[in-house]
Every structure is written in C-alpha cells, then in structure tokens.
Ligand binder design. Structure first.
Ligand SMILES: Nc1ncnc2c1ncn2[C@@H]1O[C@H](COP(=O)(O)OP(=O)(O)OP(=O)(O)O)[C@@H](O)[C@H]1O
Length: 408
C-alpha cells in the first residue's frame, strides 16, 4: 500500500483513537497522583508514619500490609515511598526503593540480587552485580557494599511476601544494621500479602527478630469504586462513556469484594471492546461482556503454566460445582470425579495423595479455597475444596487446553 503523501503517515495504521484519550491511565502499573487516590487516608497516614524516619536518613519501621486483591496495597506502598523519596531529596538524603514481586522471584538469592541491581550505581559503588554466577553469600556481600555506597535508606517492598521460598532473607535484611553488615545506611521492609495469617507461618527465627507494624486494607464499597473510576475518566475521550458505565462497572467489581483492580480492568476491557466493534460509545453491554473477559483473563493468568493434571483436577471440581447445590467437596469425591475424567481423556491417573497435594498448590495460588473441617484452613485428606471463580468461566478457560478440549 502506498503511503499517504498528504501528511507523510503510513495509511496502513490508525493514528486516532476514537475511544481512549490516554489508555495508560488504566494500566495496572500506572501510578496515579495523590489527588486520584480515593478512600485510603488512614492507611496512607499509617504507611507514612512507618516510613517517616527515612526522610531524615534514619531507619524506617518495617511494615506488613494485608488485604484482599485490588485493595490498593501496592499502590499506597509505592505512592508513599515515592513521596518519601521526594521529601528526602530536599535535604540531600538519598532514599531508594526496590519493588519485588515474590510471586516471580521467590528465592533468597534472586531477591538479594534484584535489590542490589536496582540500588546500584556502578560508578559510585565500584561494584557490579552480575545476573548469574554468584552464590547467595556473594550477592549479599555486594548488596551491603552497594547499599552503603549508593543510598542513605533503602526501602524493600516485597509484594506477595507469602510466596517467599525461604524467609531467611527477611531476617538478614532486617538485621543488617545491628549485625554491622551495613554501617552508613539503613533498610526498611514493606511486606504485602493477601493472607492475613501469613505471619503465623514465618519461622521462629524471623518472628522473633523482625519487629514490625501491621496494617489491614479493607475492600472498597461500590461508592468508593465509583470515585476511583471517575478519577480515571479522562482515560476516555469526552462523552464516550455512557452514564451507566461507571456505576455498573463498580457494582460488578463490588460483587465478591470491592476490588479496584477488577473495576479498572473491566472498564478498560469495555473500552477496548467498543473500539474493536467500531462502536462510538462504551455502553452497559460492553461492560457486561468485559466482566466475563476480565474474569477469564484473571483465571487463565492464575492457572497459566499449571500442568495438564492440575487442570484435570480443577475440571473435576468444576463439574462437581456445576452439577450440585453444594460448593465445597472433599478430596475423595473430587478424586473419583477426576478418575472418570482421566479415563475419558486417556491421561495417567495420579494417586489420591498426589491429587491432594495439587489441590493444596491450587489453594496457594488462590484458584480454590481449601478448608479442613472444623479446624480452619488445612492440608490433609479431610480437607474440603471450593472453586473461587464462576464454574462457567473456569470451564471455558480449562477447555482451551488441547487435551481437555476433548471434553467439549
Ligand atoms: N484507593 C485507590 N484510588 C485509586 N486507585 C486505586 C486505589 N486502590 C487501588 N487502585 C488501583 O487499583 C489497581 C489495583 O491496586 P493495587 O495493585 O494497589 O492492589 P493490591 O491490593 O496491591 O492488589 P494485589 O494484592 O492483587 O496486588 C491499581 O491500578 C491501582 O492504581
């Protein structure tokens, strides 16, 4: 195709976006300014309180933040840290931070390496931090040098801290000053988790050595979600979203618990859908379709990479949920349903014990919830399991798998 000579642009591409004025405002990684943050004044004060000493170059308090998904835990930690950095700069205090997703990096060595790489300025420290090739002990050594030479205060934000393979890293980072690993600098840890019972699972060594503040973020109500979405309205061109779009999106996202991540994702997907269909305005219908897509995307992200056997086990639980008024099922019942499925699909049959372990892993990944009767959350053969997502959506995602699609 010839290029358009009138303005020199290649006519193969679209240069106008009829729906979005700035879609980036709806990206999950986008950090909104303080005036766009809604309903978190108390939590912001508490986080600010813990990090406050960093402004003067002193050691901040360690802090654990709990709350369900999409309640603003990462946002508030990043936003307040950013404000601490700006404030500290006025007095030439150098604060740096590393944000680590422990779902992706869960080993001691990879965390220490990443913090060192983020904080390091090689010309200042004279230290290099290679991607591979060093043992954990050597990475620690470099980290201490880098921290001492390149910062006054380092804030380490550990998102999904419950996914850590080994909590020794918390002990070493929190005691670095006392143990004289670092002398001119200090470290503050902010741990984020959606499991409120997470500290019970810390090793005794860490429990006793890591003094910290703790803070819980409650879910948003539908009105707060409306406010959050309204403050991102300028992601769209004026008049593009119809009146019912934001209240409906907020109501749908508040159904399970007030999840701002889901609300923003639905709004963005609704806009994308309108664009794809060449519709001039975003309507209620786009929002409803976007909700389903958003849930399916989230679910596929969660089970992405799960082996076929895990999918077959989830499929067994899905069929049980679909065909029963109950929503919780004991391992034994799931196992017998699973055996029928493996027969039909010609998959190997795992032992009941292994199936129990896989169910436990899925519990950890927040795909299902496992409870041991009468004794709270638990492992063991007596656990009952419940799907955390609408079975219709789970089924759709699972049937995308080549082998499981034979069940259609
Ligand atoms: N109070 C708020 N005001 C404005 N936007 C918000 C607010 N809370 C959350 N958001 C937005 O919602 C999305 C999800 O928030 P965030 O990632 O902070 O949640 P989270 O609690 O850390 O969730 P997860 O546990 O899933 O990581 C982000 O895009 C964030 O900007």
């Amino acid at each position: 195709m010839a290029s358009d000579e009138s303005d020199g642009r290649d006519p193969l591409f679209r240069y106008d976006d009829p729906i979005f004025a700035d879609e980036r405002l709806l990206e999950i990684t986008h950090l909104p300014g303080p005036d766009r943050i809604v309903g978190r004044d108390d939590q912001m004060l508490r986080v600010a309180d813990a990090l406050n000493p960093a402004i003067f170059g002193s050691k901040p308090s360690h802090l654990f933040i709990f709350g369900k998904t999409g309640t603003g835990k990462s946002l508030i930690s990043r936003s307040i840290t950013q404000r601490v950095i700006t404030e500290a700069e006025r007095d030439d205090i150098n604060v740096k931070y590393a944000f680590i997703d422990c779902g992706e990096q869960n080993t001691e060595a990879s965390i220490v390496k990443t913090v060192a790489q983020v904080v390091n300025e090689p010309e200042r420290s004279g230290v290099t931090v290679p991607d591979r090739g060093l043992g954990t002990g050597d990475y620690y050594k470099r980290l201490w040098d880098v921290i001492d030479r390149c910062t006054d205060v380092t804030i380490v934000i550990l998102d999904e801290i419950d996914m850590l393979e080994d909590d020794e890293v918390l002990r070493k980072l929190s005691r670095a000053g006392e143990n004289r690993r670092i002398s001119d600098s200090s470290i503050g840890i902010v741990g984020i988790s959606n499991k409120i019972d997470f500290p019970d699972n810390l090793s005794e060594r860490v429990k006793s050595s890591l003094s910290r503040d703790e803070l819980v973020f409650p879910p948003y109500d539908a009105n707060q979600l409306i406010d959050i979405l309204n403050k991102r309205r300028d992601a769209f061109h004026e008049e593009v979203i119809t009146d019912e779009v934001i209240p409906l999106t907020a109501a749908l996202a508040a159904q399970e618990h007030g999840d701002a991540r889901k609300a923003i994702d639905i709004l963005r997907n609704a806009g994308r859908l309108a664009k794809k269909r060449n519709d001039a305005r975003v309507t209620e219908e786009h929002v409803r379709a976007a909700k389903e897509k958003t849930e399916a995307d989230r679910f596929s992200e969660l089970i992405e990479g799960s082996p076929q056997q895990a999918k077959a086990i989830l499929y067994a639980l899905t069929l049980l949920t679909e065909n029963s008024t109950e929503d919780e099922f004991p391992t034994k019942i799931i196992y017998s349903q699973y055996k029928q499925i493996t027969g039909r699909l010609e998959l190997d049959i795992l032992s009941e014990r292994r199936v129990q372990e896989i169910l436990q892993e899925q519990n950890f990944l927040n795909v299902i919830q496992s409870e041991r009767e009468g004794r709270g959350r638990g492992r063991g053969a007596h656990a009952k399991h419940r799907l955390l997502e609408d079975p219709e959506i789970v089924k759709k995602v699972l049937l995308r798998d080549s082998r499981l699609s034979m069940e259609e």
